[in-house]
Design a protein around this ligand. Structure first.
Ligand code: TRP
Length: 447
C-alpha cells in the first residue's frame, strides 16, 4: 500500500490540527453567544464526552485496521456485501465539499491579518461596514485571499503525510496553542474575566431551546472532525501498536480546551469593551476588530496574533478535509500525489469561487436557492446531513458489522473495564443520538 507513517507526535498534532479549526475559534464563541451561554456549553461538553468520544474511537479504528483509503477500508473490513459497504466509504469523502466555504473563510482571515497591521475600525458600525463591504462588493479581494488558502493547502498536500502534513502541523499547532494560551493569560488579568467565566459556565436552562440543543450536539461532532473521513485517513498512517484510546483522549481534550479558551478570551474582551456577545457569524470579524481598536497599539498586536492563530487553525483543518480524497485518487485511480492534490485543490478552489459569488451583491440572486446561498448550502448540507449520517454509518459499521474479535483485538487491552461501555455506546447510543440529531437539524422533528 502507498500509505506512509506518522511519528507518534506527528499523528497527535495532525489529528488535533484537524479537529481544532474555524469551528473552535470562529464558530463556537458565536453560537455560544447566540444561544445564550452556559446551558448550551454544557450540552456541547456532554455530547463530546458521551457520544463524540466513542465515535472518534470508531472512526480511528476503521482507518487503523484498514490502513488505506477510506473506500478501500470499508471494503476490506466488511465481512460480507463488500461492494455495498464501499459506498459508506464514499460518504467519508465529503470533506472536500466543506472546503467550498471553508477555504473562503480562511481567505477572509488572511484579509483581516493584513487589516490588523493598519488602523482597525473604531466603532461597530464602521467594522460592520468593512465586513459587509467585503462580502457584497469585495469579490476580487476574496478571490485573491481564497487563492492563497488554496495554494498553501495544495502545497502541503503535495508534500504528503510525512514531509507535508506532519511537518506543517508540528509547527502550526504548537504556535496556535501558545498564542491562545498567551491571550488567555492576558484576558485573566482583566476585570471582565469572571463575567466571561460565568457567562460560559453558569447554565441558564430557560435559554436552552430545542434548536440550541440540536446545534450544540451538531457542533460537538463538527468540531471533532467526525464523519468526514479525516480522522480515518490520518489513522491509516498511525504507527503500529498505537493506543487509539489515548490518542482520542488527546485530540478531544485539546480540541475542547482550545474552544473554551477561545470563548473565554473573546467574551472577556467583548465584555470589557461593552460589545455584544450575540453577534452571529460576524462576531470575530465585526465586534472583535472594534474591541482591538479600543485597546490601542496592544490591540494591533493582539489582532495580528489572533487572526494568525485563526488562520493556523483553519489551514490545518483544511489539509485534513482534502486528504481523504487525495489518498483515494492515489490508491484507486493510480494518480501521483502531486496530480491528485492539484486535481482536488482545483476542484474546491473553483467551487469556492462560486461560493464567493453567491454572497456578492450582483450575483447572489443567481446562486441562492430556497433562501440559502451556495455558500450556506455547502455549510448546511455538510454539517447537518452528511456529517451526522456518515458518523451514524461509521458507528453502525464498527458496532455491528466488523467482526467482534477484530475490534476487540485492538481496543480491549487499552480499554479494560471501559470496553463494554464503549461498545454499547457505539452500537446503540451513538447511532440513535446521531439519527435524532440529523432529523432535527434537517427540520423533520422538534424536541
Ligand atoms: N473540526 C473542524 C473545525 O472545528 C471542521 C471540520 C469538520 C473538519 N469536519 C471536518 C475538519 C473534517 C477536518 C475534517 O473547524
Amino acid at each position: 500500500m502507498k500509505i506512509a507513517h506518522f511519528s507518534r507526535w506527528g499523528f497527535l498534532m495532525a489529528a488535533a490540527g484537524s479537529a481544532v479549526g474555524l469551528g473552535n475559534i470562529w464558530k463556537f464563541p458565536y453560537i455560544t453567544g447566540e444561544y445564550g451561554g452556559g446551558a448550551f456549553v454544557l450540552v456541547y461538553l456532554l455530547t463530546v464526552v458521551l457520544v463524540g468520544f466513542s465515535v472518534m474511537i470508531a472512526e480511528m479504528l476503521i482507518g487503523y485496521l484498514g490502513r488505506r483509503d477510506g473506500v478501500g477500508a470499508f471494503e476490506d473490513l466488511a465481512p460480507r456485501h463488500k461492494e455495498r459497504w464501499k459506498y459508506a466509504g464514499f460518504m467519508g469523502l465529503s470533506g472536500t465539499l466543506v472546503m467550498f466555504y471553508y477555504s473562503v473563510v480562511i481567505g477572509w482571515i488572511f484579509y483581516y491579518i493584513t487589516l490588523s497591521f493598519g488602523t482597525l475600525p473604531a466603532t461597530i458600525p464602521e467594522a460592520e461596514g468593512i465586513y459587509n463591504n467585503l462580502m457584497t462588493q469585495g469579490v476580487g479581494t476574496q478571490i485573491f485571499f481564497h487563492t492563497l488558502a488554496f495554494m498553501i493547502t495544495t502545497a502541503v498536500l503535495i508534500r504528503g503525510i510525512k514531509g507535508g502534513i506532519e511537518k506543517f502541523n508540528l509547527v502550526l499547532m504548537p504556535s496556535l496553542i501558545m498564542i491562545i494560551a498567551g491571550m488567555l493569560v492576558y484576558a485573566m488579568g482583566m476585570e471582565s474575566f469572571p463575567k466571561a467565566v460565568s457567562y460560559m459556565f453558569n447554565p441558564d436552562w430557560s435559554k436552552l431551546t430545542s434548536e440550541a440543543f440540536a446545534v450544540a450536539v451538531g457542533h460537538a461532532f463538527f468540531t471533532l472532525s467526525l464523519g468526514m473521513g479525516a480522522i480515518m485517513i490520518y489513522s491509516a498512517s498511525l504507527p503500529k501498536d498505537s493506543n487509539l484510546v489515548r490518542a482520542s483522549i488527546f485530540v478531544i481534550v485539546t480540541d475542547t480546551l482550545i474552544a473554551l479558551a477561545a470563548g473565554l478570551v473573546l467574551f472577556t474582551f467583548l465584555f470589557q469593551y461593552g460589545a455584544e456577545p450575540a453577534k452571529g457569524p460576524g462576531l470575530v470579524f465585526i465586534s472583535l476588530p472594534a474591541v482591538f481598536h479600543a485597546m490601542g497599539l496592544v490591540g494591533n498586536v493582539l489582532a495580528v496574533l489572533f487572526f494568525m492563530a485563526l488562520a493556523f487553525a483553519g489551514l490545518t483543518s483544511a489539509v485534513s478535509l482534502v486528504e481523504p480524497m487525495v489518498q483515494y485518487l492515489i490508491d484507486r485511480w493510480d494518480m501521483s500525489r502531486t496530480k491528485a492534490a492539484i486535481a482536488m485543490g482545483t476542484f474546491f478552489y473553483l467551487f469556492g469561487i462560486v461560493a464567493i459569488f453567491s454572497l456578492s451583491a450582483e450575483t447572489s440572486a443567481y446562486l441562492t436557492w430556497g433562501g440559502k446561498s451556495f455558500f450556506d448550502w455547502s455549510d448546511y448540507l455538510t454539517s447537518n446531513v452528511f456529517l451526522p449520517f456518515a458518523g451514524l454509518v461509521m458507528a453502525v459499521f464498527v458496532g455491528h458489522i466488523i467482526e467482534k474479535e477484530r475490534v476487540a483485538s485492538v481496543l480491549q487491552k487499552d480499554m479494560g473495564w471501559f470496553y463494554p461501555i464503549w461498545r454499547f455506546s457505539v452500537r446503540f447510543i451513538a447511532p440513535v443520538a446521531l439519527f435524532v440529531v440529523m432529523l432535527n437539524l434537517m427540520g423533520f422533528i422538534e424536541f
